[in-house]
Design a protein around this ligand. Structure first.
Ligand SMILES: [Zn+2]
Length: 109
């Protein structure tokens, strides 16, 4: 299930996005049109979201898939046990996205 506002993916059974307060949808048409590739895996949601914002600022669509049980309850910390966030970008933007992310100075714990 996906939030149409923030594009986060949630576990089945969750029906609305805690952050945006909107009902989740089964698929996002704007996400379905791309072939998504993993650009980077993060240890938490926050650095992944920062990278996503930078990519979107560079006109690269991105979405994050991860341990969204935690985000569903409004908890976003650096060290959710076992929490991971994987950042995806369209295949055709992968190299550009990697370059941008490499230039970012995100210090992960
Ligand atoms: Zn949302």
């Amino acid at each position: 299930m996906f939030c149409p506002e923030c594009k986060s993916e949630f576990e089945n059974g969750i029906i609305h996005c805690h952050d945006c307060g909107v009902s989740l949808v089964e698929s996002l048409p704007e996400l379905a049109g791309f072939k998504w590739k993993v650009v980077k895996q993060y240890s938490g949601y926050i650095p992944a979201e920062m990278a996503k914002e930078v990519l979107e600022g560079n006109s690269i669509p991105a979405f994050i898939k991860g341990d969204f049980i935690s985000t569903a309850y409004g908890v976003r910390t650096w060290d959710i046990a076992g929490g991971k966030a994987v950042l995806f970008v369209p295949k055709e933007d992968l190299e550009k996205a990697k370059t941008i992310i490499d230039e970012m100075t995100v210090d992960e714990p």
